[in-house]
Design a protein. Structure first.
Length: 169
């Protein structure tokens, strides 16, 4: 099979992407794969999970657009810098998520589709989990309404919480 880009060399790199249920495959030679943007491929380095994750965190992108403070900040718990995370493809500790929150937001959204872990809902009995999440969200809205002294809105939210809690029984 020949490379889909240059159509001259043998395709040795095979990429499969699934986006919104649509599967696309690319078959490229090493040279065309290394030139392709968005995926870091270096034929001199053998495949490894850290290289793959480092590419997703943006090690193949320029750091010129990043603020100098972000490049110099260090995690007080483990001593990792953001540049170390980009190169290694993994964080040093759980505190790194807090320290590098702004820098990690875009890569996590690109990799997972969201930057917060929501978990899966079981097929059977999942309705109760959904209702509990809605109740939790409403309780947070209730606290915000009380804090903002919007008591009429808070009363409506309180009534909604009671109604949803009755569904759980």
């Amino acid at each position: 099979m020949y490379c889909e880009e240059c159509k001259k060399r043998s395709a040795t790199v095979h990429l499969t992407q699934v986006f919104n249920g649509q599967k696309t495959e690319s078959h490229l030679c090493e040279e065309c794969a290394s030139q392709k943007s968005g995926f870091m491929f270096d034929p001199a380095n053998k495949f490894s999970i850290p290289n793959l994750l480092g590419g997703m965190f943006g090690s193949s992108y320029s750091v010129q657009g990043m603020p100098a403070l972000a490049l110099q900040s260090i995690c007080p718990n483990c001593g990792m810098r953001y540049m170390d995370i980009r190169q290694a493809g993994k964080l040093g500790c759980s505190e790194c998520y807090k320290v590098f929150n702004q820098e990690l937001e875009a890569p996590l959204r690109r990799i997972h589709g969201n930057s917060q872990h929501l978990g899966k809902i079981p097929l059977r009995g999942g309705e109760k989990v959904i209702i509990r999440r809605q109740i939790e969200k409403l309780k947070n809205q209730l606290q915000e309404a009380v804090r903002a002294e919007e008591y009429e809105k808070a009363a409506e939210i309180r009534d909604s919480v009671k109604e949803m809690e009755s569904k759980l029984l």
